[in-house]
Every structure is written in structure tokens, then in C-alpha cells.
Design a protein around this ligand. Structure first.
Ligand SMILES: Cc1cc2nc3c(=O)[nH]c(=O)nc-3n(C[C@H](O)[C@H](O)[C@H](O)COP(=O)(O)OP(=O)(O)OC[C@H]3O[C@@H](n4cnc5c(N)ncnc54)[C@H](O)[C@@H]3O)c2cc1C
Length: 380
């Protein structure tokens, strides 16, 4: 068992840390307040290779492992979780999905632009009546000669307006239930494809979340990913890896808040001493540090499982469940350590607390992770 990072991993982590501090930190408060998408910053992330880290170099990807990806996700998320969700969706759900299951033509046409940031991707599974229960797809894709006709509504789509290419899950044959579901690549600007208003969110306010409407959208057959009926499996496999990315995002939010709280506790004085000398505060720091380390081990184990060809459904679900709870607990305590200053924007921790909550909701709520975990362990 080796707990050491390789030199390459350390280099990637440090590059991500440097990028986050120089490019994302300035303006992060304003972007959150104005709900402004980090367009320039995302472009730079693409140029630096942070948007297609695990994808094949043949299609412009970094060819890196999942450990490298989660290290970078943690660093970006410490500073700006709105930027890291863009990174997460593009890497885990869009690029990985296309790289693993797409046709050579799809990879040539779409993946090679998505890995470099020339284009941005979105993953469209959720619907007004199909969230946790993703099998209840109401969006239809009716087969006609050389194309499909898509109709329906998708909800809560990250990169909803900023994306160029959308992976859309839809029901082709209702009688076959989840085996009658397909996944398609839909291009922005397709006739009948409308983007709804932006959601006004509690956290990750810089990311753009939209509903999408498909009204008789014509999608060529060559844009279907995999065999007929592969869509649900595609979504589940992709989300299983995506969860590791969200777990790393949660870990980053927690460690960002922890670092700020630790530093603040060593500077702020009350009753003639730094507040970290009060045991109540010192113990908070101890609890934060311990739970973050535990979360990091779970995240790294899940990434390692994926890199080593092991099943990662269970380890990914445990990592997401635990890291997202850690993000909530640690950010709430980080606000507490900051006292009144924790309640205002300048000190960052209130934003991190708001950002933390989403990690317990998207890519499978905590309740859904517990279903995955309990089914897996009870089966053994
Ligand atoms: C900011 C944001 C970004 C998002 N980005 C995307 C995206 O890019 N693409 C995409 O497809 N989706 C996206 N989502 C959607 C997200 O994945 C769903 O919101 C999530 O899966 C929960 O679905 P729901 O909102 O319909 O809640 P519901 O499924 O209605 O759940 C409501 C509550 O009931 C619980 N629950 C439901 N079923 C069970 C059960 N069987 N047992 C126990 N408890 C249960 C849930 O855990 C939850 O607490 C995003 C959501 C948000 C808020």
C-alpha cells in the first residue's frame, strides 16, 4: 500500500492550485454575487488541459488517470466550486462518456473539441419528473429513417447555456422500459432546441443551470451513443465515475473552508489570546482535519479503483456520501470559527457553505448513494 503521490501527480496538483489562486480567486466573490459564468477562466482551463484530463491524447485529452483528475478537482474546488462543476461535467460525464462509448466519428467530431475547451459539453438526464428516478424519462426520441425526433424537457442542466454539445438521454421504446432508453449528442442551435431561463441558485451561482426544451428536434442516427437501448446503462456508468469527481469537489470545498478557518483561528484574538488557543476552537480544527483526511482517503480509494479496473460503484458512492457530508459539516464550522466575519462575503466561507450543499444533491442525492451502498453490501 502506497500513500505517496507520484511526482507527476504533485505537479498536476500544484499546477491546478496555482491556476486556482491566480486565475479563479480574483473575482470569485463578484461572479457568485452576479451569477456570472467564469467564461474566460473556463477557456484558460481548456488551454491548460483541465477540461479533458482523462480523455485519450489521440482526441486532444490528457490521458491522465483518475487520481490526477481528483487532485486537480480538489484544488479548483477549494477556490471556486462554480468553475469546478464545469470541469467535472465536461471531464467525467461528457468526455469520459464519449471517449469510452462513442464511435470513432463521434470522437473525431465532438470529443476532440471538448477536450481542449474549444467546445463545452452538458449532460442532460434529469427532467421535471425524473430526478432520482431516472428511469421515468418522459423525453422521447422517435426513430425515423436516418434520424430521431426528440421531444421533451430536461431540468437543472449544468452548462445549460454555455455548452455547445449536449448529451441527451431519451426514451425510444417505452415498452422496453430502461432498456428502451438512448443517449444522443445534440448540437446547440439545432432547430426546435430551446434553452430556458437560468436558475437563481443558493450556491455554485457562477455555473449556469438551465432547463432545456426539445420540440421536434431532428438528431442524425450517427449521433446515438452505442447500440440501440444502451442509453440508460451509458448514463449509469458515466454517473458512477462522475460521483468520484463530485466527491473530489466536496473534498475541495471542505479543505478550502478548513484552511481559511485554521488561518483565521491563528490570527483572531479574544480574551487576550488567539482563538485557536481556546480548546473549543482547537477541537473544531481537529474534527475538521480528521474528517477531511477520512474523506480524502475515500476519494482516493475510489479513484484508484477506477484506475485499476476494479468496480467503483461502491467506493465512488461512499466517497460522495462521506465527502459531501464533510463539506457541509466543515463549512458550517468554518463560518462559526470566523464569528461575524464568517457571515459576510469577504471571508469566502459563507460562499463555500452555500456551495457545499449541492454536493449532497446532484449526481445522485445522499439518499440515493445510501441505496447504492446498502444494496452492494447486503448483496455480499
Ligand atoms: C445546481 C444543479 C445542477 C444540476 N446539474 C445537472 C446536470 O447537469 N444534468 C442532470 O441531468 N441533472 C442535473 N441536476 C439534477 C440533479 O441530479 C437532481 O436534482 C437530483 O438527482 C435529484 O433529483 P430531484 O431534484 O428530482 O429530486 P427527487 O428525486 O424528487 O428527490 C427529492 C428527495 O427525495 C429523496 N428520494 C427520492 N427517491 C428516493 C428513494 N427511493 N429513497 C429515498 N429517498 C429518495 C431524494 O434523495 C431527495 O431528498 C442538477 C441539479 C442541481 C440543483
Amino acid at each position: 500500500m502506497d500513500f505517496q503521490l507520484t511526482e507527476e501527480h504533485i505537479m498536476i496538483r500544484d499546477a491546478a492550485r496555482d491556476f486556482a489562486n491566480t486565475e479563479l480567486l480574483p473575482g470569485v466573490i463578484e461572479r457568485d454575487e452576479k451569477q456570472e459564468f467564469p467564461k474566460e477562466q473556463v477557456k484558460k482551463m481548456g488551454e491548460l488541459g483541465f477540461l479533458g484530463m482523462m480523455a485519450s491524447p489521440e482526441y486532444g485529452g490528457g490521458g491522465m488517470d483518475t487520481v490526477a483528475y481528483v487532485l486537480a478537482m480538489e484544488e479548483i474546488s477549494k477556490i471556486d466550486a462554480s468553475a469546478s462543476v464545469v470541469m467535472s461535467v465536461n471531464n467525467s460525464l461528457v468526455c469520459w462518456g464519449l471517449d469510452t462509448f462513442g464511435s470513432p466519428e463521434q470522437k473525431e467530431k465532438y470529443l476532440s473539441k471538448l477536450t481542449t475547451g474549444e467546445a463545452l459539453g452538458a449532460f442532460c438526464l434529469s427532467e421535471p419528473e425524473a430526478g432520482s428516478d431516472a428511469t421515468s424519462q418522459k423525453t422521447t426520441a422517435i426513430e425515423k429513417e436516418d434520424h430521431y425526433i426528440l421531444n421533451g424537457t430536461k431540468n437543472w442542466i449544468t452548462n445549460g447555456n454555455s455548452a455547445d454539445y449536449y448529451i441527451v438521454i431519451a426514451q425510444t421504446d417505452r415498452e422496453k422500459k430502461h432498456k428502451g432508453i438512448n443517449a444522443f449528442i445534440v448540437e446547440k442551435g439545432s432547430k426546435g432546441f430551446e434553452i430556458g431561463p437560468k436558475e437563481n441558485k443558493l450556491g455554485i451561482r457562477g455555473s449556469d443551470t438551465h432547463s432545456l426544451n426539445f420540440n421536434d428536434v431532428k438528431v442524425p442516427k450517427e449521433n446515438r451513443i452505442g447500440e440501440d437501448g444502451f442509453g440508460f446503462k451509458f448514463a449509469m456508468k458515466t454517473l458512477s465515475g462522475g460521483r468520484i469527481g463530485i466527491a473530489a469537489q466536496a473534498l475541495g470545498i471542505a479543505s478550502g473552508a478548513y484552511e481559511l478557518a485554521k488561518k483565521y483561528s491563528q490570527q483572531r484574538k479574544s480574551f487576550g489570546t488567539e482563538i485557536c488557543n481556546h480548546q473549543a476552537i482547537a477541537f473544531k480544527i481537529a474534527d475538521m482535519h480528521t474528517s477531511i483526511q477520512a474523506a480524502r482517503h475515500l476519494v482516493m480509494k475510489a479513484a484508484w479503483d477506477k484506475d485499476n479496473g476494479n468496480n467503483y460503484d461502491l467506493s465512488g458512492a461512499m466517497a460522495k456520501l462521506f465527502a459531501s457530508k464533510t463539506a457541509m459539516d466543515v463549512t458550517v464550522e468554518a463560518v462559526q470559527v470566523h464569528g461575524g466575519n464568517g457571515y459576510v462575503k469577504e471571508y469566502h466561507v459563507e460562499r463555500l457553505m452555500r456551495d457545499a450543499k449541492i454536493t449532497q444533491i446532484y449526481e445522485g442525492t445522499s439518499e440515493i448513494q445510501k441505496i447504492v451502498i446498502s444494496r452492494s453490501v447486503l448483496r455480499d
